[in-house]
Ligand binder design. Structure first.
Ligand code: 4HQ
Length: 248
């Protein structure tokens, strides 16, 4: 059972996301529990203020520390104490999220996801209450809500009993650092393009070899930076041909 608490000033963004597809299935099966909290619930002033101008000047606003630390400590306990939850802040300064990190986090009992807005959050919140910063890529978003949903969705697929067929988890992209090859469905011919004959042959071993080889080629051609994208041999044990490198 994975418990996730989300802290945000836009709780409404999570509604439809949590009620559809695998996330909803996981919640119904009792392997995932997600609670979304409005940061303003931890403000004490009449205007429910969550932000303030940055020291040193400059554009934009910064999330002020008092409500944020109060929210995190209410949901996760104090850092360094008997805290069982892991507190994650989404930020471009964080470590890049990848499948290995997703799998590790999906095994945690309790995550508290902090979604910033505006220019960011007061640095002291990070020092006092955050365990880890995570980035979902080198581009600038307006808030941590989409990163939180990306992480929740990626973890959900890995929870026991969510994906009917457990095999589809490990053959998909990035497990083992391998991309997938192409997929086809009916019709057998579409606008003059035919499905590769081997996929319609009924020869399961030949299909498996073709898929493994296609995955290896895709990875080598498109993502040579992935571990499986380098110096790979094909199913017959032959080293890759130079011609394959120029394909595509
Ligand atoms: N942020 N990966 C939230 C991001 C981001 C990213 C910018 C984080 C704005 C308020 N988060 N602040 N990329 O762009 O995680």
């Amino acid at each position: 059972m994975l418990r996730v608490d989300v802290i945000t000033i836009f709780p409404g963004l999570f509604g439809p996301f949590l009620e559809e597809a695998f996330v909803e299935i996981a919640r119904r099966r009792g392997v995932l529990e997600v609670a979304v909290h409005n940061l303003r619930d931890w403000t004490v002033d009449r205007h429910r203020t969550v932000d303030d101008a940055p020291y040193g000047g400059g554009p934009g606003m910064v999330l002020k520390p008092e409500p944020l630390v109060a929210a995190i400590e209410a949901l996760a306990g104090e850092k360094g104490g008997a805290r069982r939850a892991r507190v994650i802040l989404f930020s471009p300064q964080g470590g890049r999220l990848d499948q290995h990190r997703v799998a590790t986090l999906a095994r945690a009992p309790h995550l508290v996801l902090v979604c910033g807005r505006y220019e960011g959050i007061d640095q002291r919140v990070i020092e006092i209450a955050v365990d880890e910063e995570i980035s979902i890529g080198d581009y600038v978003l307006s808030g941590g809500e989409l990163p939180a949903m990306a992480l929740i969705e990626a973890m959900t697929r890995l929870l026991p009993g969510v994906l009917g067929n457990p095999e589809s988890t490990c053959t998909e992209s990035f497990e083992g650092g391998l991309l997938e090859g192409p997929h086809y469905t009916r019709p057998a011919s579409f606008r003059g393009r035919s499905v590769p004959e081997v996929l319609r042959s009924g020869d399961h071993a030949a299909v498996a070899r073709w898929r493994a080889d296609a995955a290896r080629k895709t990875t080598r051609d498109r993502r040579p930076d992935l571990p499986s994208g380098r110096d790979t041999e094909d199913a017959a044990g032959k080293p890759p041909k130079r011609r394959e490198r120029e394909e595509q």
